[in-house]
Design a protein around this ligand. Sequence first.
Ligand code: ITT
Length: 199
Amino acid sequence: MTPLILATRNAHKTAEISAMLAGFFTVQDLHALPDAPEIEETGLTFAANAALKAVAISAFTDGWALADDSGLEVDALGGAPGVHSARYAGPTATDAANNALLLANLAALPADAPRTARFRCVLALARRGEVVATFDGTVEGRVVNALHGPGGFGYDPLFVPDGHDRTFGELSADVKNAISHRSRALAGFRAWLADHPLA
Ligand code: ITT
C-alpha cells in the first residue's frame, strides 16, 4: 500500500483519519518523524494552515503528505475559536483549558444568544512541496453550557451535532466518524482517489 504521512502531531486526528483510510494507505504521523520541522500556523483560514503543514512536511519527507486543519466556529462569538481552536486559551493550552475558556465566554453571552456552531476541517494533500488537492468538510450543530461525555477530544464534550441530542463526547466514535467534519472531508478525498490513484 502507498505510504501516507499525516502532517499532524495530534494523535486523536491520526486515530480518526487512520480508521477512515484503512485499506487505502499505510498511515504514519509526525511521531514517526521526530526531526520534522515545527510549522507555524500563521494562516488566516483553515485552508491556508492545512496547506502550510502539507507543503512543509511533503518537502521534508519526499512522499505524500496529508494535513488536517480544523476547528470549531461559534456564531455568537464571531466564529471563535475558529483557526485558533487548538490554542484558544494560550500557546500551550490543553483541551481542558480551551473548553473552560469557551464555557466562560459562552456564559458571558446574553441568555438568548444563538448557540449555533460548526466544526470545520480542511485536508490538504501535497507532494514535493506543492499542494495537489484540498478537501473540506463541515458538521453543523450547537454548543452546550456544560461538558458532557468522556469520548472524543478537543471541544467534543461541548458540541451537539444537528440531528442528535448528545454531544460528540457522548456519542460513539462510530457515530462521530459517520457525520463529522473530518469524515466529510475524507469522503471527498476518497472520491477524488478513485480518479487519481496515488503512486
Ligand atoms: P496539528 O496542527 O498537529 O494537526 P492541532 O491540534 O494543533 O494539531 P489544529 O491547529 O488543526 O490542529 O487545531 C485543531 C483543534 O480544533 C483541535 O486541537 C481541537 O481543539 C479542535 N478540533 C478539531 N477537530 C475536532 C474534533 O473532531 N473534535 C473536537 N475538537 C476538534
